[in-house]
Each structure stands twice: as structure tokens, then as C-alpha cells.
Design a protein around this ligand. Structure first.
Ligand SMILES: CC(C)(COP(=O)(O)OP(=O)(O)OC[C@H]1O[C@@H](n2cnc3c(N)ncnc32)[C@H](O)[C@@H]1OP(=O)(O)O)[C@@H](O)C(=O)NCCC(=O)NCCS
Length: 176
């Protein structure tokens, strides 16, 4: 069943439209200041395996509006981020599910929320870099080569930020 919750707290500037979608007992919402520690706990749980990039609360809080949290019983069990790069393009980053609740649909809930947010923002395409392409293929992402990335994204978001492509699959999907 789908329902909408109204958040009456004053919100700081955020990048994603505030919205909530319930999927059974789990709910996904836009993250807010104060959530950065939960985001880091989830993302960093996978950093030693190289599946995610380690984040600090200070790094996350300045981009908190890009993140979402999936909660169950008030406990954060999943996260992910939609980083808008241009009016047409965004990147999904830092998708991570609490290792104790893997394979329970939390990753799907996070991805559904992020893709819906991209639709609301009327973006054209979403890209991502990942070591688990099979998961993202479930959500319509297809593999591309670095040469197929928009050149400005490659130069600014990858090379310019010193990010490595080695060992990662580059994927893209249309938003609509
Ligand atoms: C990948 C991850 C987000 C999946 O989350 P999850 O909650 O376990 O996934 P879900 O239960 O929602 O699964 C959704 C679908 O994806 C599939 N799936 C899950 N993990 C998968 C994987 N590693 N490879 C391929 N398919 C996968 C499931 O089988 C399911 O398919 P179905 O709907 O056809 O049955 C989670 O395992 C995780 O946090 N991994 C470590 C961090 C990571 O690699 N993040 C990606 C960074 S880019």
C-alpha cells in the first residue's frame, strides 16, 4: 500500500523533492541533517570490501539533500544518493543496505525512490559506477564504456575528482 507522510519540521535547502513511499513495513524518505551518521554507518559497512567509497559525516552532511534513508521501525537500514550533475543527468551513488537485512527488498525500495526522484526532477538519464552490475540491471541500467559517458561528466565527475574506473562497471538508463 502506498501512503504519503507530511513532514512538519522546517527543512533546510534540499536537492530532492521531499517524499515518502511505504513498502510494507519499510519506508524511504529524503535524508535530513542529523541523518549523516546513519548514512555513513550503512555506506561504510561495505567500504572495506571496496563495494562503496568510505564517507565521513562531514562529507555527507553538506550533500545530505542528495541522500535517502530507508527505515524500518525507526532504524535506518538502507541508503543511496542521487547527485544531479546537469539539467539532464544525475548519478546514483552510495547505495548500501544494512548487511543484516540483505535480500529483503530494501535495495529495491531505495532504487525505486531514487529513480522516482529523477523522474520528478525531469532528468533524462542516470549513470552509476558499480561492482554489482547485476543488481542495477534489475532497474533498467545497461553497461556502457567510458567513451560513451557524456564527456563533461567523464572529465568533471570522474577524472576531475580522481575517481577510478578500474574494476567498476559503468551503467546508464533513461529516466522515463
Ligand atoms: C547491492 C545491494 C544494494 C542490494 O540490496 P538488497 O536489499 O540486498 O537487494 P533487494 O533485496 O532489494 O534485491 C532486489 C533485486 O536485486 C537482486 N540482487 C540483489 N543483490 C544483487 C547482486 N549483488 N547482484 C545481482 N542481483 C542482486 C535481488 O535478487 C532482487 O532481484 P528480484 O527482485 O528479481 O528477486 C546490497 O546487497 C548492498 O548494500 N551491497 C553492498 C553495497 C553495494 O555493492 N552497493 C552498490 C554500490 S554502487
Amino acid at each position: 500500500m502506498t501512503s504519503t507522510r507530511v513532514d512538519v519540521r522546517p527543512l533546510p535547502k534540499i536537492d530532492l523533492p521531499p517524499q515518502t513511499s511505504d513498502i510494507g513495513e519499510i519506508a524511504v524518505r529524503t535524508a535530513r541533517p542529523g541523518d549523516e551518521h546513519a548514512v555513513c554507518r550503512l555506506v561504510n559497512a561495505w567500504a572495506d570490501e571496496g563495494l562503496t567509497l568510505r564517507r565521513t559525516p562531514a562529507e555527507v552532511v553538506v550533500r545530505i539533500g542528495e541522500f535517502v534513508l530507508c527505515e524500518q521501525g525507526g532504524f535506518a537500514i538502507g541508503t543511496g544518493a542521487l547527485a544531479v550533475f546537469s539539467p539532464a543527468l544525475a548519478e546514483i551513488r552510495s547505495v548500501a543496505v544494512d548487511p543484516t537485512v540483505k535480500a529483503k527488498g530494501v535495495g529495491r525500495a531505495v532504487m525505486t525512490f531514487l529513480v522516482d526522484a529523477a523522474k520528478t526532477l525531469e532528468l533524462d538519464e542516470i549513470v552509476l559506477l558499480t561492482k554489482v552490475p547485476g543488481f542495477f540491471a534489475k532497474f533498467g541500467f545497461r553497461e556502457i564504456s567510458a567513451a560513451q559517458l557524456p564527456p563533461s561528466f567523464l572529465e568533471e565527475a570522474i577524472i576531475g575528482r580522481g575517481r577510478k574506473l578500474v574494476g567498476r562497471t559503468i551503467m546508464i538508463r533513461d529516466v522515463m
